[in-house]
Structures are given as C-alpha cells and as structure tokens.
Design a protein around this ligand. Structure first.
Ligand code: G6P
Length: 605
C-alpha cells in the first residue's frame, strides 16, 4: 500500500528518495512521484503512472535538491494516473503534500471550503493541500494552517502526511493518525518514512510517532508536539535489521528466496525461543496472562488468518485451551459474544494491517490483554498490544506471504507447548516441540530442493486454466485455504480452498473436464475420505494431483511430503503449494513479486 519517504539536509535528496521508494515497492503501488527543492529556490515535481523505473526515466539530470518528499500510491480515490499520483500541490504552488490513508470527510470539506478552487486530481489528498493553502492565504502561519486542517478531518479518517511549504525549503511538516510513520534520525540531516526499511541506508535510529502528534523536521532538529501543542521529547529506538537482508541476492524473485528461507526461519525460531535443555524462553507475563484467560481469540487477515487456523489446532490440542480464529475486518464490526476472560492474539506479518489494528484499538479500550505475533519490531500492532513476540524471519518483501506463514505457525506451536506445560496438560508434555520443528526444518529443506518436479506439475496443470481447487479435510482444510490463496494471489487463477467433504453439497457442479484439483492428504483420520472425494471429482473429469504425507501416500501420488508431527504438517505441505503458485505465475507471464491490485501492507480498512 502507499509508501512515504522524505529527507531534509542531504545534497542527494533525489537519490535518497528514489532508493527509499524502491525499498517500498514491495508493498504494492500503481504510480509514484517526488518533489525536491534546494536552498536557492529551485524546485521540481515529477510524477508518473506505473513503476519507480518509469518515474526515474522521467527525472532529468537537472533535477536536484537537499529536501524532498516521495510517494508510491495504491489507488483509493481516483484511478491510477499521473494526475492522481502524489505529491499534490496547492493551486497557488506553495504547498506540496504526500499522504497515506483515507480522508473520510474530504467531499464535505471540499464543498464547504474549496468551491472556488480548480482541482487537478480526484484524490482526497488534494483537498487537504488546497485547504492548507486556503488557510495560509488568510495570513495563518503554515503550522497553524496545518493543525487547523488536521482538526477538521473526521474520526473515520486515517493519514500520515508529509508537507513542504516552498517558502521554508528545508522543513518537513509531519502528522499521523492510524497510518504508520517514523522519523529517522541522522547527523546533520533527518528522514521520514512509512517503513524503516526504506531508510536503512541512511540511519538505523528511528523515532515513533503517536496518533495526533505533529512534527516539524529540519536538518538538525525534530520538534514533536502533542494535540495540545505541548513539546514531546522521545528517544529513538534502534532497528538492527541489515539493509542487505532486503536484497534479492542471486535469486530472480523475492518470493523464491523467501520460500527457500523457510527451513532457516524454523531454526532461528528454535534458537530464539527454546533453550538447549528444552525449556521455552517466552516472557512469563505472557504465559501467565494466557493461563488466566478462559478463551483465546486469534484475530488476523489474509495469510496470517490462515496461520491462525493452524494456531487454533495447536492451542486446543496441545495446550487444551478453547480458541477462536477471526477475520479482523469482520470481527471489528460484528464481534462474537466474548468469554468472561478473553485473551487476544493478533497475528500480523507487517504489524500494520489497519483491519487488525482497529480490533486492537477496541480490545485496548475494553481493557483486555493482547499479544501481537509479528515479523516487524516496533510496528504499530506491536507497540499497541500488551505483549509482542517476534518471528525473526527477516524482511518479507514479496507481496505473497510465505516465510511469515510458516514462522507464525512454528511460533504458535512453541507458545502452545509453553502454555500447555504451565497448564500441566499431558498433551503438552508429549509434544517435544524443538525436536518436531527440527524435523520440519529438514523436511522443508528436502522440499525446496525438489523444485523441478513442482515446476513440471505446474506447467502441465495450470498454464491456461481459469479455475482450480485445493481440497482437504481437518488440518488439511486449513492448509488448502492458504494454498488456494497463494495460487490466486500470484497466478490470477480463480482458486478455491475447499473442505473436500463439502464439495458434493453444491460446488462439485463447477468441476468439468480438465479442472485442476489438488488434494492435500496429511491427516490420517481423513485420508481415506479425501481420497474418495478426489475420486468423485475424477469421475467428473477433474485433473487431480495428490499431495500426501509419505506414510499416507499411494503409488502414483505426484507429490510426497516428509512425515512430521500431525499438528505441524501445514509447515511442510505448504511448501510445494507455494512453489506451485510461484511457477504458475511465471509460466503465465506475471510479476510474481508484485501481483496486480495487491499491497503487502494494507494500511486502510
Ligand atoms: C495483505 C497482504 C497479504 C497478507 C495480509 C495480512 O492483504 O497482501 O499477503 O496476508 O495483508 O497482512 P499482515 O501483515 O497483517 O500479516
């Protein structure tokens, strides 16, 4: 989703902004732009529809500056176009603004204050920059005009803003509400970004901002004010991620790199959370809070939701605690009747998903305890939850999530073991999580080393089909939902992940000659049933591929999975499914890392 970068106090502002925007490319966008100025009054605005490379091609060698702002846009109000790309400029040419988020009452503000202004775009953002200029024209100072506009924006809105007044060329005006934004601290310069990754080449020290604060950033000062105008002092936090961890290395695509990294993620999690003697290193306060609750609510979106489905199996079967899993965008507006002592777990790779965040805000208001499991240290959901556990998976750049899914499940397994031990349930004592995850890591390694077979199956099964099915039962139903999401995200094949027993109750009508059906069989209790359901679709012409655990495999099964603990089979079964999606996407000619219409981090509801 939209990305923001800004810099002040560096001679090569253009290069810094472009590099920052490139680092945010993975989040998904459809147009981009920069504005830069220098101390001599030169200023440049360049915007382009399409990729950063297209923007770069538009930037002439004369474009230079020491202060600037940049943006990648993921269209919300108005189609992707050069006119709708940010930065937006006020009609009098004085103010330049980039924005992430959505202004709920932009139409009302436009009608009330700006009926005499000619707009150049269809965006909600342009209303804000025009309004700031309007108030400034009445004699207000920029800071006052900016604050006045912030006060007019309604509660349904979300924003992070970066504003430049060309009468103060080395100053960035900054504000945020619900959308992420950080100030990066430099020596003689400062930067602003919606994701630390964008500016790791410049600094590793970042200051978080709280909703409602406004900040004035100059090359050698950062002035933070709360809503009442009171000065706030806040120390930066250090981000240890190495910028090179976000590079592709020798890989053609991030998605392939991240699929291959999964065995390493398992090993890193074992190292971080399990001592040599097998004891688990999770903060006792987290475990006690979980122990005191009578029901766990896992809230998440997309792939993280699917990791939550497996988390429920683990928490209920290993730790014996009732657990529900909810889609965040549904939960927030139609919550279930809660148990007496609920505990909330937010699963989120990015830690920024707006749908999950709005649920966390309600959970906090009601005074319940929560844990965020995320890959991004100091992300919004991490800061706002009571507790955080990190995945240590390294930056995940491809839009389609892979290593975060397996990392989340592995960490849920470790958490279930620790909680089960505290609850003194026998199932936990029998679950040697370190040994089982090591087996998983080896199994995943075996699978990522066998890519050629998957590539061939994808080429035979998926090059032209319009639709496909993944089917399975029980824990295999959890797996196929994620497998289907992966395939549809990157190959645009309409794919359903279906409970195989339910097919005959309606959906089997979609099966015709040649329909690809991938049957996942890792659960011994339902293996026979899934095979019968596969026979039913074969009888109707489907092209069936079996993906089965070694101990349940039959002659002729196309993909055989290493045997692992029955509650951890998603960690191995998903690997060939991820590879299947990867190859199908490439074989159909798509950009697998940046699928159309999708954003990595969805910061609007
Ligand atoms: C977006 C991404 C998905 C991701 C979902 C939840 O839709 O495209 O890949 O699963 O957000 O993201 P989170 O960062 O909260 O796990």
């Amino acid at each position: 989703m939209c990305g923001i970068v800004g810099v002040t106090g560096k001679d090569n502002a253009v290069q810094i902004l472009l590099k920052g925007l490139k680092r945010l490319e993975y989040r998904g966008y459809d147009s981009a732009g920069i504005y830069v100025n220098d101390q001599d009054g030169h200023e440049y605005l360049v915007k382009e529809k399409g990729r950063i490379a297209d923007l770069e091609a538009e930037i002439g060698s004369d474009v230079h500056g020491s202060t600037g702002i940049g943006h990648t846009r993921w269209a919300t109000h108005g189609v992707p176009s050069k006119a709708n790309a940010h930065p937006h400029v006020s009609a009098d040419g004085r103010y330049y603004l980039v924005h992430n988020g959505m202004i709920g009452n932009f139409a009302e503000l436009k009608k009330q204050y700006l009926s005499d202004v000619t707009f150049k775009s269809d965006t909600d953002t342009e209303v804000i920059v025009q309004l700031i200029a309007k108030f400034a024209q009445t004699g207000m100072a920029t800071k006052a005009a900016f604050k006045k506009v912030l006060n007019l924006i309604d509660d349904s809105s979300s924003y992070s803003f970066l504003l430049i007044d060309n009468q103060e060329p080395n100053t960035l005006y900054v504000a945020k509400n619900k959308s992420p934004l950080l100030i990066g601290v430099g020596d003689g310069f400062n930067v602003v970004c919606s994701d630390a990754l964008a500016m790791l080449d410049q600094t590793h020290d970042f200051i978080e901002l709280i909703d409602g604060e406004t900040v004035i950033v100059k090359p050698d000062s950062i002035l933070i004010e709360d809503t009442d105008g009171k000065r706030i002092e806040r120390k930066p936090f250090h981000v240890s991620t190495d910028a090179s961890a976000a590079d592709k290395g020798a890989y053609p695509y991030y998605m392939l790199k991240e699929i291959d990294e999964q065995p390493g993620v398992m090993r890193t999690l074992i190292k971080h959370y399990i001592s040599e003697d097998g004891s688990i290193k999770i903060d006792d306060n987290i475990l006690q809070s979980l122990h005191q609750s009578d029901r766990i609510y896992i809230v998440a979106a997309g792939t993280s939701y699917h990791a939550g489905l497996v988390g429920k199996e683990l928490l209920e079967k290993v730790a014996k605690i009732p657990t529900e899993v909810h889609v965040a965008s549904e939960f927030g507006y139609n919550p279930p009747l809660l148990a007496a002592k609920p505990f909330f777990i937010f699963l989120t790779q990015s830690g920024e998903t707006a749908d999950s965040r709005q649920v966390l805000a309600q959970v906090n208001e009601q005074g319940y305890q929560s844990l965020t499991i995320t890959n991004v240290e100091n992300s919004t959901l991490s800061r706002e939850a009571t507790y955080t556990l990190l995945l240590y998976a390294g930056p995940e750049i491809a839009v389609a999530s892979t290593k975060a899914y397996t990392g989340q499940i592995a960490l849920e397994a470790i958490l279930a073991k620790a909680l089960g031990e505290l609850r003194q349930v026998a199932t936990a004592a029998d679950f040697d999580v370190a040994k089982e995850l090591t087996k998983v890591a080896n199994g995943e390694q075996e699978l990522v080393d066998e890519k050629k077979d998957i590539k061939k199956i994808a080429a035979a099964l998926l090059p032209t089909t319009r639709n496909a099915f993944y089917i399975g039962r029980s824990i295999d139903y959890d797996i196929v939902q994620e497998a289907a999401l992966k395939l549809k995200e990157v190959s645009y094949i309409q794919t359903e992940g279906f409970a195989s027993g339910e097919l005959k109750h309606g959906t089997i009508s979609l099966i015709e000659k040649g329909t690809p059906v991938l049957a996942v069989i890792t659960d011994k209790h339902t293996a026979k049933h899934t095979r019968s359901n596969a026979q039913e679709v074969m009888a109707r012409g489907a092209n069936v591929v079996f993906i089965a655990s070694r101990s349940l495999a039959k002659d002729g099964d196309q993909i055989v999975l290493p045997d692992v603990h029955p509650l951890l089979t998603p960690l191995v079964a998903i690997v060939p499914c991820q590879l299947m999606a990867y190859y199908a996407s490439l074989q159909r000619g798509y950009d697998v890392d940046k699928p159309r219409n999708l954003a990595k981090s969805v910061t609007v509801e």
